[in-house]
Write a protein that binds this ligand. Sequence first.
Ligand SMILES: Nc1nc2c(c(=O)[nH]1)N[C@H]1C(S)=C(S)[C@@H](COP(=O)(O)O)O[C@H]1N2
Ligand SMILES: [Mo]
Length: 251
Amino acid sequence: MNRISRRRLITGGLVAATGASGVAAARLAQKYGLVPPDHGGLYGFGETLTYAAQRLLTRHSMAREFSRAQISARPVPNELAPFSDAFKRLQAGGFTEWRLAVNGMVAQPASFSLDDIKRFPSRSQITLLACEEGWSYIAEWIGVPLSHVLEAVGILPQAKYVVYNSIDPDWWDSIDMADALHPQTLLTYGMNGGELSVANGGPLRLRVPRQIGYKSVKFITRLTVTDDLKKFGKGLGSAAPEGGYAWYVGI
Ligand SMILES: Nc1nc2c(c(=O)[nH]1)N[C@H]1C(S)=C(S)[C@@H](COP(=O)(O)O)O[C@H]1N2
Ligand SMILES: [Mo]
């Protein structure tokens, strides 16, 4: 089944499950706090239905994991941002000075080195990274479940989203707590048994395998836990909707 028809099915599912019209379903989404940050604009109504339906019906579902034999021979990177001087300096130092700052609605803001991150229990999973433009590859991703890092800093009960920033200021994104605490959402530092290459987002990349490729931001330097996405960028939840793409892109 292709993505579009799956989307329609799920959206239809919400409307059917509630026995309601699209408008009533949108009202229900509002009631459960399932309105995505990019709910305004041309496709906003559809975004709300898609996001609310996925969260109500497939909140705990797992992204498909593949076997070792299915790993792509060449994990060709799709997008390469030009590297800033700040990045090159850190790279020249073997990334020993790389830091991940975690702040916002947390009991204990923290700053982690890569070694600190590698001390958390790790998980490895073989998943597909798919670009919205049609490219994809399957790779083994190695890292720490984001939930462990969030547990370490203590997220406050009001928290609703995690905003993540890259050293590359043009790329940032956010996910809701269902994805942030999902066991397959990983802060990755390894790929296919080795280090995560810079081309593939090293030294630290957030992998969100339940969503499309652009949600897996490379070169992660900061996490901010929040209950309000309006305070970030143009208030649409990530850089993607600012460029006409959806904030929530489940696959
Ligand atoms: N920092 C940063 N993260 C990024 C991007 C980028 O340009 N810069 N491109 C995104 C897009 S559009 C896609 S499809 C994937 C591509 O990942 P890949 O290069 O490993 O295929 O990375 C995403 N994360
Ligand atoms: Mo992409």
